[in-house]
Design a protein around this ligand. Structure first.
Ligand SMILES: C[S@@+](CC[C@H](N)C(=O)[O-])C[C@H]1O[C@@H](n2cnc3c(N)ncnc32)[C@H](O)[C@@H]1O
Length: 250
């Protein structure tokens, strides 16, 4: 499918407007398309991401940030777990996404906040954990986002990033790229009614740094270490980054 100029990932402030526009416009169909286009694998990925967050159970003081939270699927994956007694702040700058998901979080310990992940309205060290699913690829400044997540995490805190990647195996890669660049934009256009939002998606993955580069970026953004692993043949990856706690090290 031809890439329209609108679908090419923009830079700087234009990128911010582009991303806000996309998600505001596709919000009513976002959940449906997510599960259809990924054949429901996205649910398994979010489960794994929350596993890797290692959130303490039974502690009502635990505070978790879900950045670029969208319609709250990642936040709900955590708050629906037995033993979770803390609070999740779910922030996103596309208000229609937060509004679309609000029925899902009516009786949950999730606090929606409309705001930019590059300028989070929270004091340093506010959160014990932070997580972001399919969000960082959309940031106008990826390193700026990582620095902001590191800032709002306390020492000893942990960040989990779930994001698309391109499969490393050449055969899988060819099949996947055919689906991602030819089939997915068609289905996305028909179901969402949006002319190019689902062309932007593979374009944004194409220009996004690979997992090793992303881990390096995390380590140069205020985290003391980072590691990553592929999911589902390398269609996606989970990065974990941590801040050490000098007090805990004695
Ligand atoms: C692909 S959706 C992911 C939503 C959700 N995390 C999930 O797993 O389904 C990306 C979300 O990131 C949000 N987003 C992108 N850039 C942002 C920014 N700079 N600040 C806040 N939210 C942002 C978008 O509005 C959108 O809701």
């Amino acid at each position: 499918m031809a890439t329209t100029p609108d679908a090419r990932p923009h830079k700087g402030e234009d990128r911010k407007r582009q991303v806000q526009t996309i998600f505001s416009e596709i919000a009513p169909r976002y959940d449906l398309l997510n599960h259809v286009l990924s054949l429901n694998i996205d649910r398994r990925w979010r489960r794994k991401a929350v596993d890797r967050l290692e959130v303490p159970v039974g502690d009502p003081e635990v505070r978790v940030l879900d950045a670029c939270a969208g319609t709250y699927d990642l936040a709900l994956e955590l708050t629906d777990r037995a033993g979770f007694e803390g609070r999740v702040v779910a922030s996103d700058f596309a208000r229609p996404m937060l509004v679309e998901g609000k029925e899902k979080v009516r009786r949950s310990p999730i606090w929606p906040v409309c705001g930019d992940s590059l300028r989070l309205p929270f004091a340093d060290g506010t959160f014990d954990r932070a997580m972001v699913a399919f969000g960082v690829r959309n940031l106008a400044d990826v390193q700026g986002g990582f620095q902001e997540f590191a800032r709002v995490l306390r020492p000893g805190g942990r960040l989990v990033v779930l994001e698309f990647t391109t499969p490393p195996n050449p055969v899988t890669r060819r099949l996947y790229l055919f689906y991602f660049h030819r089939i997915l934009p068609l289905i996305g256009r028909v179901v969402s009614g949006h002319p190019w939002a689902y062309t932007y998606l593979p374009e944004s993955v194409r220009e996004f740094p690979g997992p090793d580069e992303l881990a390096g970026l995390l380590e140069s953004s205020g985290f003391d270490g980072a590691e990553w692993s592929y999911l589902t043949a390398g269609i996606a990856a989970i990065h974990i980054a941590w801040k050490s706690d000098p007090a805990a090290q004695g």
